[in-house]
Design a binder for this molecule. Structure first.
Ligand code: NAD
Length: 474
């Protein structure tokens, strides 16, 4: 049983303003596994105040000073990898191999990327007589979700630190352990007092006052579209910058020259990874109508191979994060059946042999049409929908017919053809044959959000642009 009773404010482990706590439930056991201090507006005030006081000095540091800090953080992060992984497994159910592998690696990847960018970034450029300067935007409020907790903390904190900003982080109340260890890592690396602050708590108690705070210059949020809208609304009166990384219902267009069995198998494994709790999950697979039955069979075989169970063991899928999430996924699976999609594998209820824990059967629906609820709503569980198309134009229309626009993939052997389709997709992160790049900008069109994270584009979200006219008269 973990207990975290302090926040990290102004370089010290600070007692909260009041004694309220919240409990964390281990989704594999459904038992309480931790108690964490629950913050309030008074804690946000103290943390923002600490960040404001630290800002002038941190903003004025050289890039070399900031790189040195990031390198020290990298060393500490490496030392705490096992602690981070164990925390992730406990708080959100990621299987040990995933938690200690990709989940922790993503955080390290964003740290390495922040260092690389800072090493080469041009903060100033001349345009005629004018000097254009990129300056840190100020105090940042960072609000993160539970599904890839470290990835989302890292992709905000490291570029913000690199840019010269100070910040207050509020991790998800469903996954607060990794956030607390993350703060210990920064403390261990000697982050200057007030540059990084941590306040734990829920959306209304901490997230809302942080986004509304007049002392916060920018809010970076990742989570649901619902909360993203609330944050923007609360931030509006103080006209701060708001970046939102929200939900998705991303298409995966399998072209007719793609190796069907290999692509479908790979796509099932990737979607089901992290129990489908990935904002950019390719949850709508599009195949030519003629290949629907073969795709369904390949997906069934791939899903049947995935082991589900205790995430501390050697399994492909752990539980989903919470009872609420479990219920929502069950209701959507039921809806898919009721609306007439073909259930290929999986379905409602827990996988055989599991009587406790929020475990969901890896589920595949075929013959899905894009008007069905399971093709429109983000399920955020291990549920794949397969839709048929007649020709490329129709595939592109279906792919773009969504309220979201976060990610997409185009699978195909002919690169020119795949490229042409990728250009027509209205989404922010479009991969060809599942490519990956830490430097590519990540973010969404439409209800998937505003702004970009990752790489140089993410870094620039933490900068203001200043023009000094007449700086260098001829
Ligand atoms: P959530 O929106 O419920 O919570 C996310 C964070 O926002 C939490 O820290 C929460 O406490 C806080 N919050 C909630 N209401 C708030 C409010 N009114 N004001 C301020 N803060 C508030 O989302 P979740 O359930 O934790 O995460 C799942 C969602 O996140 C999914 O919809 C998923 O698609 C999305 N997501 C998006 C990305 C992306 O990069 N686009 C990445 C991961 C997750």
């Amino acid at each position: 049983m973990r207990e975290y009773s302090t926040f990290y404010i102004g370089g010290t482990w600070a007692d909260p303003a009041d004694t309220r706590t919240f409990e964390v439930v281990n989704p594999a056991t459904e038992e309480v596994c931790g108690k964490v201090a629950s913050g309030s507006a008074a804690d946000v005030d103290r943390a923002v105040d600490a960040a404001r006081r630290a800002f002038p000095e941190w903003a004025a540091t050289t890039t070399q000073t900031r790189i040195e800090l990031l390198r020290r953080i990298s060393d500490e992060y490496r030392k705490r990898r096992n602690d981070l992984a164990a925390a992730l497994t406990e708080e959100m159910g990621a299987p040990a191999a995933l938690a200690g592998g990709f989940q922790v690696d993503l955080g390290a990847g964003h740290l390495a990327t922040a260092i690389e960018i800072l090493e080469g970034f041009a903060f100033e450029q001349r345009r005629g007589d004018t000097l254009i300067v990129k300056e840190p935007i100020g105090v940042c409020g960072l609000v993160t979700p539970w599904n890839w907790p470290l990835n989302q903390i890292a992709v905000k904190v490291f570029p913000a630190l690199a840019a010269g900003c100070t910040m207050v982080l509020k991790p998800s109340e469903q996954a607060p352990f990794s956030g607390q260890i993350f703060a210990e890592i920064l403390d261990g690396a000697g982050v200057p007092a007030g540059v990084f602050n941590l306040v734990q708590g829920d959306g209304l108690g901490v997230g809302a006052p942080l986004s509304a705070h007049p002392g916060v210059d920018m809010v970076s949020f990742t989570g649901s579209t619902r909360a993203g809208i609330e944050i923007a609304r609360n931030a509006a009166p103080s006209v701060k910058r708001v970046t939102q990384e929200l939900g998705g219902k991303s298409p995966n267009i399998v072209l007719d020259d793609a190796d069907l069995v290999a692509n479908v198998g790979g796509a099932v494994a990737t979607l089901m990874n992290n129990s489908g709790q990935t904002c950019s999950a390719l949850s709508r697979m599009l195949v030519t109508r003629a290949r629907m039955d073969d795709a369904a069979a390949a997906a069934r075989d791939a899903a049947a191979q995935l082991s589900v169970g205790d995430p501390t063991g050697d399994v492909a899928l752990g539980p989903v994060v919470s009872g609420a999430q479990f219920d929502k996924i069950q209701a959507l699976i039921r809806k898919g059946i009721d609306e007439g999609a073909t259930l290929v594998v999986g379905g409602t209820g827990r996988p055989d042999g599991l009587t406790k824990g929020y475990y969901v059967k890896p589920t595949v629906f075929a013959d899905v049409t894009n008007d069905m609820t399971i093709a429109r709503e983000e399920i955020f569980g291990p549920v794949l929908t397969i839709l048929g198309y007649d020709d490329i134009d129709q595939a592109v229309d279906i792919a773009n017919d969504t309220d979201y626009g976060l990610a997409a993939n185009v699978a195909g052997a002919d690169l020119d053809r795949a490229r042409a389709v990728a250009r027509r997709i209205r989404a922010g992160w479009v991969t060809i044959n599942d490519a990956f790049d830490f430097h590519a900008p990540f973010g969404g069109y439409r209800k998937s959000g505003n702004g970009r994270e990752w790489g140089e584009f993410g870094f620039e979200e933490y900068l203001e642009t200043k023009a000094i006219l007449g700086y260098a008269p001829e």
